[in-house]
Write a protein that binds this ligand. Structure first.
Ligand code: HEM
Length: 501
């Protein structure tokens, strides 16, 4: 009995000492809930919501918009108001990414500073600049050439959709847009264009999806306690993630090898991969070169995953919202019918004359928050954010949901209401729209923003011009509560597509 009493006293003193030390160490840190030893704030976060972005938002109401959280071994500062999110996205001490937070990311990068999404400092700057410049040379982001590429892919997609509709018109939306949206990007990146039933690419897209859905930033045990990933490879998901990473690496390496062997990349480069291969050859004797085969594999993988995942999920959400808001679908179709003609093709030229359709797309982007946290950044140095001290290496997590659902900014953020983006004269309220942060911001802002905006607008407008989206009789009411992962996606649902032409 005496022993147990002594043990309890020792444990209580240790706990007391830990709390005093923790308070001393963090006296200038942003406020946050009381941290437990080892677990930190995991339990308080989990008690709020299974969605970290919502959990942070709830906690921030009590502790403040800038909040310090400890998630297992990860020290993070989260930003939970429009003003603080915009400010931190543009802060020059918060440009670097952390790649060690998730061991899966480190393995995906061959444990080197490679690619664009998760790389940092000079190699990142070089690869980002090279990628933007090279893709632009092939027409990326230029309205006229993107209109043609997207238009051709849309035709293929429409035929594919009609094929799927043949039996009874009912189509499963999950994954519906993955391949077609990869094709838009992949023409410029690799010069390749896949058939809509290409089994290998469909399998890879499925794997990529699985990898993203199985990784959850704040509650994933491999993020909070990275050593568990190595210790329990099956339970932690390591085995599955490694299998997927290997398959994706192989696909990207094979893609580069194909162009090396079969394309005249030296004299007549036709795509991003060709220009990259030229660079590899040109700098082959430079031991410091950034242009290596591994680098090319990672840049391809980044473009493949960043490009396919986010745009495809945005489109799936857009379909879901049109299904659950029939009145809004009808308003979009009325405008399209009047301006372009029922069932007719919509191009970027008409965009300016389609304010309601534009407003509906903006509302889809606001409401879906496909990527609630940009890939985590870290403090590159000690710095003060207003009065709060942020230590070098602290993970920086701007909560994009906090911006898109802020009551002061939007009034009724939980209502899906495109009209909020329209001024009295029926033009787009660009000042209000500029608050949206679905593409992040600052030096790290999404590299595919222009392409994604054009793609989502054209796919949305053309599908609604040609098809009516109806609920499937007998199916459960579709929910707008997302499935979580690094990106959020709609829970599986089906649509009855009816031809409008
Ligand atoms: C609706 C579609 C898309 C959404 C919502 C989206 C969202 C985002 C967000 C939030 C970030 C992080 C930005 C930050 O840290 O501030 C990002 C980064 C990135 N995105 Fe996108 N994205 C989309 C489409 C695309 C496409 C089509 C591409 C293909 C080129 C792409 C390529 C990238 C890359 C390479 C980065 C990393 C940039 C860097 O770290 O320097 N994204 N995206």
């Amino acid at each position: 009995m005496a022993f147990i009493l002594e043990l309890v006293l020792v444990l209580a003193s240790l706990l007391g000492w830990w709390f005093v030390q923790d308070k001393k160490n963090h006296k200038k840190y942003p406020p946050g809930p009381l941290r437990l030893p080892i677990l930190g704030n995991i339990l308080q976060i989990a008690a709020q919501s299974p969605f970290p972005s919502t959990a942070f938002l709830n906690l921030s109401k009590k502790y403040g918009e800038v909040m310090y959280l400890k998630m297992g071994m990860v020290s993070a500062v989260t930003f939970n108001s429009p003003q603080s999110v915009h400010e931190i996205l543009n802060h020059d001490k918060a440009v670097e990414r952390t790649r060690t937070m998730l061991p899966m990311i480190e393995a995906r990068m061959y444990a080197q500073n490679l690619g664009i999404i998760f790389s940092s400092s000079e190699p990142w700057q070089k690869m980002r600049r090279f990628t933007i410049r090279t893709l632009r040379d092939f027409g990326f982001g230029k309205a006229a050439s993107m209109d043609v590429v997207i238009g051709e892919e849309l035709d293929k997609f429409t035929d594919h959709l009609k094929n799927l509709m043949k039996k009874d018109g009912v189509v499963e939306v999950h994954g519906l847009f993955d391949l077609t949206l990869v094709n838009v990007l992949w023409r410029l990146v690799t010069g390749v264009n896949y058939a809509m039933d290409d089994e290998r690419i469909l399998e890879l897209l499925k794997l990529s999806n699985e990898m993203i859905q199985n990784t959850k930033f704040s509650f994933d045990s491999s993020a909070t306690f990275p050593f568990l990933w190595h210790l329990f490879p099956s339970w932690s998901g390591k085995n599955l993630q490694m299998k997927i990473i290997k398959a994706l690496h192989k696909y990207c390496r094979d893609t580069a090898e194909y162009n090396r062997k079969h394309c005249d990349y030296k004299n007549n480069p036709q795509c991003y991969v060709d220009v990259f291969l030229q660079k590899i050859d040109e700098t082959a004797n430079d031991p410091e070169t950034e242009y290596t085969d591994d680098q090319l594999v990672l840049c391809l993988l980044d473009l493949f995953q960043a490009g396919a995942e986010t745009s495809s999920k945005t489109m799936s959400f857009a379909m879901l919202y049109m299904l659950t808001h029939q009145d809004i679908q009808q308003k979009v179709q009325k405008e399209l019918d009047e301006v372009v003609g029922k069932g007719k093709e919509v191009t970027m030229e008409e965009k300016g004359r389609l304010p309601y359709t534009q407003a509906a797309v903006l509302e889809c982007l606001r409401y879906s928050v496909v990527l609630p946290f940009p890939p985590a950044r870290q403090a590159s140095d000690d710095f003060y954010f207003h009065d709060y001290f942020i230590k070098k290496g602290t993970v920086i997590m701007p909560n994009l949901e906090a911006v898109h659902f802020d009551e002061a900014l939007w009034g009724d953020p939980r209502n899906f209401r495109p009209e909020r983006f329209l001024k009295k004269d029926m033009t787009i309220d660009s000042k209000l729209a500029s608050n949206l942060v679905q593409f992040g911001g600052g030096k790290r802002v999404c590299l595919g923003q222009n392409l994604a905006e054009s793609t989502v607008f054209l796919y949305f407008a053309n599908i609604l011009s040609k098809f009516q989206l109806v609920k499937v009789a007998g199916d459960p009411e579709p929910t707008t509560v997302p499935e979580q992962g690094i990106t959020y996606s709609p829970q599986p649902f089906r649509v009855l597509f009816k031809s409008r032409a």
